[in-house]
Write a protein that binds this ligand. Sequence first.
Ligand SMILES: [Zn+2]
Ligand SMILES: [Zn+2]
Length: 349
Amino acid sequence: MTSVGKPIHCKAVVAREAGKPLVIEEVVVSPPKAHEVRIKIICTSLCHSDITLWKWKEPPGYFPRILGHESAGIVESIGEEVNEFEKGDFVVPVLLANCKECIDCKSTKSNQCETLPFKMSPFMPRDDTSRFTDMKGEALYHCLHISSFSQYTVVDVAHVVKINPAIPPDRACLLSCGLSTGVGAAWKTAKVEAGSTVAIFGLGVIGLAVAEGARLCGANRIIGIDLNPAKFESGKKFGVTDFVSPQNIGTKSVSEGWGKTVVVGVDNPKSDINLNCYDVLHHGKTLTGSLFGGLKAKSDVPTLVNWYLDKKLQLDEFVTHEMKIEDVNEAFELLLEGKCLRCVLWMDK
Ligand SMILES: [Zn+2]
Ligand SMILES: [Zn+2]
């Protein structure tokens, strides 16, 4: 019996309360509306941003919510006006939209999208509603327009990239967020060149990914700072506490005139960045943000997939754990304790 056009009942991980153990529940996933596809998630991996959003009690923390945004899956059905995908396509959802039509998407200068600008919204991007309900009929919030901690999810087509199915799903999911961000920060944002030196501050996976990207491109003078979300838990403002120090280390360490500090990660909306005036004014240093590594999802993610298949991009080394979705709380603990780089959760095993 076909599920097309009908709600699907499936298993999902629901975050009921900030910082509290996640709950495996049966949920109902609506059919996709116009410009949307429903995806059967095969693998999802944990990203530090999931932990950050799980801990925040106030917006952009929302509850009850289905977290998860690094994943790979197969298109189960398509909504109206969807021409780019069909049932059975192997895809990775990406948190940054790429409509391919707007002035931003057509420009090589930006990876933002004017049609669907990035926002920390808990809903679908076009109509600000949810496609999930629990068994009591209560709507569940989305996560970064993806919500991959569910066996099925609905995603806007601007956030979905069709990729070569030759890459295994437990590697493809890494290109959905963290590894692409890290590689892109070096490749697109800092434009690393052969023969340069890379310094990494921060112990997060993003930082390591920058190292990987740099090695891929030949290495360089970039500093990738992982904005470790754990630093925000004290409730103190960014730039006032110990968090100022990795920031300052970053800007002080890069070379005068040509050093670049690339900041990646998810941040508290009340955060500030402290800069020393002389570092910028007298030393000509650059500080830049990098959302999704400066990559354009639809064109650059398939390139990274090809690099992996050609053995130019290392992904295998990042996967330290593979578990069942039922073990999601254990996986969160591993990430919180810094005992894993990437933990892949299989949705059906
Ligand atoms: Zn992420
Ligand atoms: Zn666009």
